[in-house]
Design a protein around this ligand. Structure first.
Ligand code: ZN
Length: 296
């Protein structure tokens, strides 16, 4: 069966496609956001049905965003990947047709020019590589892969447990050894990588985490990466992810970001938001909410 049409949003002249990998199971929502209890979720009517299930468990998805900018085919984050041996059953040994969906959306892997990695976690770097003859090789052989220097250097100095070493071995080092990984310095005001594409430092979840801002013809969109995992964090910015490296910094980043977005027409594109995935940030009670913007 041919894949369903790719969900996409228009940002000025840009078309931003969501390339689906897989919905994550309820166990992932419960584990990742321990503060998002069913009671907390129930306090925010607007989260259901899209962003939480009938039991009040936050829904999370894995996907990438892809767009053509300045003549380049750009991909932001690369999901979990196929065939990766992982301790978490939700991420272990997937067999999705993600490459086919990329191709159907106009992004065949060998035509991708730029891969932006918001940070170096297993569910953001997985499709950096694919298995070929028992080895992990770059999935996007013509692309430059870009991440923040602070991010790469942090992990280089981190006492990684074996599972994380494994992830680096199968999904980061092959790209680095192929000479395809570019480390960029991201100053506090952000880094303009291309006309209309800026990397914004959004540290806390990881030290070198970046969000991706897109602008075209006066319109703006922001791809969250993992500085916001789920819309419940708009209502409760203090809710962090259990894997945040620096929870306090993560919260500060979220509060600053949400304050800057509230009431604007910036389209927030959530890297783990369940469909409809995107929306505008509105002030709501003591915090914020998302007004969803469905894909076209
Ligand atoms: Zn993630």
């Amino acid at each position: 069966m041919p894949p369903a049409p790719t969900p996409s949003w228009t940002v000025g002249d840009l078309t931003v496609h969501r390339i689906d990998e897989v919905p994550l199971p309820p166990a992932t929502g419960r584990w990742l956001l321990p503060g998002a209890t069913p009671e907390v979720v129930a306090g925010q009517d607007w989260l259901r049905p899209h962003f939480a299930d009938a039991d009040g468990v936050p829904r999370l998805h894995s996907h990438s965003f892809a767009f053509v900018l300045d003549g380049l085919r750009v991909l932001v984050d690369t999901g979990i990947g196929n065939g990766k041996q992982r301790a978490d059953p939700a991420w272990h040994d997937l067999r999705t047709d993600y490459p086919r969906r990329l191709t159907a959306a106009g992004f065949p892997p060998d035509a991708v020019d730029l891969v932006v990695l918001t940070h170096l976690h297993a569910d953001h770097v997985g499709w950096n590589t694919r298995e070929a003859d028992g080895a992990w090789v770059p999935t996007f052989p013509r692309a430059r892969y870009v991440t923040a220097r602070a991010e790469r250097e942090f992990w280089a100095g981190y006492a990684m447990e074996e599972a994380r070493r494994q992830m680096f071995r199968d999904s980061v080092l092959p790209v680095e050894r192929a000479g395809l990984l570019d480390l960029v310095d991201v100053p506090a005001e952000g880094l303009r990588l291309l006309p209309g594409l800026r990397l914004l430092p959004t540290p806390g979840h990881t030290p070198g985490h970046v969000a991706v801002e897109l602008t075209s013809r006066g319109r703006t969109a922001l791809i969250t990466g993992d500085c916001v995992h789920h819309p419940v964090q708009l209502a409760h910015p203090a809710i962090g992810a259990c894997v945040d490296i620096d929870p306090r910094r993560s919260e500060t980043t979220r509060r600053e970001l949400l304050a800057s977005l509230a009431g604007t027409d910036t389209l927030l594109l959530g890297t783990h938001f369940a469909p409809p995935t995107a929306g505008h940030v509105l002030a709501h009670g003591d915090g914020y909410r998302l007004r969803p913007v469905p894909p076209v």
